[in-house]
Design a binder for this molecule. Structure first.
Ligand code: SF4
Ligand code: SF4
Length: 222
């Protein structure tokens, strides 16, 4: 899933400092799963903004709602009769949400309430970690299902750098060196020689380096 963090309240307050009627929109997708932008979090943000304004003697009207997904025009369309009633709209979805909203309702101002971070999952309650960088050409079968593109700090594809120590990456001692895991797994399975196989240079055009990307399913698009 896409993992995001809530922006600091002060930053959001500054964004909407001049607005008097605000709508906060949550999303039931990834941001609900990572506890940052679902209905509950939309209610908490709306309440925090309301309290802050009341304290400053500048009360405002603020409502909250949630969409099934903010990355789907079908659900964005549900706001058609509502979105124009506000000075500003705050999206609690990943970075896709406010953009779909802005494109659907060009006359309205939309503000992001979260910082979108990575594709990953929960490694324990309350802690999410990156697992995929969306490179567009998955190669993890060469590395026993572990991704050096996303998880090696240098995205090395041909073995570890010289900085790996005691299983940790040289950037910080709480970051696992993924190459340590890959090599250990190959050794345990008696397949270390796999790593001698020539890997051609990665084609980065399928990654973000090739510009904004599209995925077209002819059978669905026609
Ligand atoms: S190789 Fe690319 S697509 Fe596969 S997990 Fe790594 S970053 Fe994601
Ligand atoms: S220490 Fe390991 S994870 Fe860190 S940059 Fe070097 S090979 Fe990559």
């Amino acid at each position: 899933m896409i993992v995001a963090d809530r922006k600091p309240l002060v930053e959001i307050q500054e964004m909407v400092a001049n607005s008097r009627k605000i709508l906060v929109i949550g999303c039931k997708g990834c941001v609900t799963v990572c506890n940052v932008g679902g209905l509950k979090e939309a209610e908490i943000l709306a309440s925090s903004l309301r309290i802050g304004r009341n304290k400053n003697g500048k009360p405002m009207e603020i409502d909250e709602t949630v969409l099934e997904r903010q990355c789907d025009p079908e659900y964005i369309a549900q706001l058609k009769d509502k979105v124009g009633n506000y000075d500003a709209v705050i999206s609690m979805a990943c970075g896709v949400g406010p953009q779909f909203l802005s494109e659907a309702y060009p006359e309205q101002k939309f503000f992001p309430a979260v910082n979108t971070k990575f594709f990953g999952g929960a490694v324990q309650h309350g802690i999410w970690e990156e697992r995929c960088a969306g490179c567009g050409t998955c190669v993890i079968h060469h590395y026993d299902g572990l991704c050096p593109i996303a998880r090696c700090s240098k995205s090395l594809q041909h073995g570890p750098c010289g900085g790996s120590s005691k299983g940790k990456c040289e950037i910080a001692n709480d970051v696992v060196c993924i190459w340590d895991l890959i090599v250990r797994k190959k050794m345990e399975q008696g397949r270390l020689d796999d790593l001698r196989l020539f890997q051609p240079a990665k084609d980065w055009r399928t990654a973000r380096d090739g510009g904004p990307r599209r995925s077209i399913r002819e059978e669905l698009a026609s």
